[in-house]
Design a protein. Structure first.
Length: 204
């Protein structure tokens, strides 16, 4: 007797394995790209994921496809974080926390995120610049409506400043400098000294 899977049947084992392999590849790629940059060895990524190079190329036919998938995950995380902060924190703290998170993402990804913040989208369906700009706009507008953030400041101004900090400090040995510069940006955004305790990872 031949058994067939109906609409409510569990996915075939092969499909489940493929999904698991893809998740492993993305996790490994994020680690390796952080360590070695976008030009990292694809064979090393496959090795860390516990699969062969052929499996990697079945999921991601080239380096660009893999970088795009990793970047999409990063951007989705930033967007989700902005949405959570809008619901759970005060306008000032939400904007400060998200900009610090954006700076961290830009720096640990060797310029991947900072590059898309200042360039036109090159991948269909992945307009990273617009996604980040929309999140920054929502956070900044909320702070401006509260009357604490400068009204002459734009979300694009903030993105350019964060990208500049990430690029300027990429090879510096002063680990605290990026956060100090980010606090200066926040001071300017609010027209006053911004409380350091609301900025994660900054020493008082």
């Amino acid at each position: 007797m031949t058994h067939t899977h109906g609409p409510g049947s569990a996915p075939a084992p092969r499909r489940t394995d493929a999904l698991r392999n893809r998740e492993r590849l993305l996790a490994a790629a994020q680690e390796v790209f952080v360590e070695a940059g976008p030009g990292a060895s694809l064979n090393e990524i496959a090795r860390r994921a516990g699969v062969g190079p052929g499996t990697l190329y079945r999921h991601f036919p080239n380096r660009h496809a893999l970088l795009t998938a990793v970047l999409r995950d990063r951007i989705d995380a930033l967007r989700a974080q902005a949405e959570t902060l809008l619901r759970t924190e005060t306008p000032d703290d939400a904007l400060a926390h998200w900009l610090h998170a954006l700076l961290t993402h830009a720096r640990v990804n060797h310029g991947m995120v900072s590059t898309v913040m200042i360039e036109e989208p090159v991948t269909p369906g992945l307009d990273c610049h617009q996604v980040i700009l929309d999140a920054a706009t929502a956070l900044l507008t909320r702070a401006q409506r509260q009357g604490t953030a400068r009204t002459d400041l734009t979300a694009d101004d903030l993105l350019q400043l964060v990208a500049g900090i990430a690029l300027a400090t990429a090879r510096r040995t002063d680990a605290d400098q990026p956060e100090r510069l980010m606090n200066l940006v926040l001071d300017a955004a609010y027209g006053r000294a911004h409380p350091r305790e609301s900025s994660p990872g900054v020493r008082g």
